[in-house]
Design a protein around this ligand. Sequence first.
Ligand code: ATP
Ligand code: MG
Length: 180
Amino acid sequence: MHLKTLTLRGFKSFASATTLRLEPGITCVVGPNGSGKSNVVDALSWVMGEQGAKSLRGGAMADVIFAGTSSRPPLGRAEVSLTIDNADGALPIEYSEVTISRTLFRNGGSEYAINGASCRLLDIQDLLSDSGLGREMHVIVGQGRLDAVLQATAEERRGFIEEAAGVLKHRKRKDKALRK
Ligand code: ATP
Ligand code: MG
């Protein structure tokens, strides 16, 4: 499994549709301060289901929508699509290529899709959760996050291990069921 393409449309500083092609191996994103490198990483977390505005370095979820510049008006929606090569079947779905997408409208509405078919956020989280990818994945270590990992409490550390072992999904479902 590897990430193939990431397309951003109206996400943070990426007002125009921008597609990044990723090859197996190492990809480096280079650029001056403030040019949008971390926004690319935010887009990856977001399309995989991140729900915390703070984790995306914003105050509210709508902050991921292009807010406009002196020369360009704000946009009404942010859209990110991620295509994953699934030839090895690491994702539990019968497709050798999987595209997940997420759209947020300024009025608050959201849309999620797997290979173009509309779905729920939970479906995307479930699809990714045993693959080492996903919302709380610690395979994405953002700027300044390394310290947080090193200074984790025993309980947080247990969470990392549960996630890596693929049991977090079941614990979340159990917690949700118990709340009902
Ligand atoms: P550094 O090297 O300092 O870490 P970076 O390349 O990681 O920089 P980012 O943090 O990805 O930079 O990008 C910050 C830029 O994104 C800022 O100029 C900010 O104004 C812009 N930005 C963030 N959110 C939005 C938004 N919703 N609309 C428009 N621009 C945005
Ligand atoms: Mg950065």
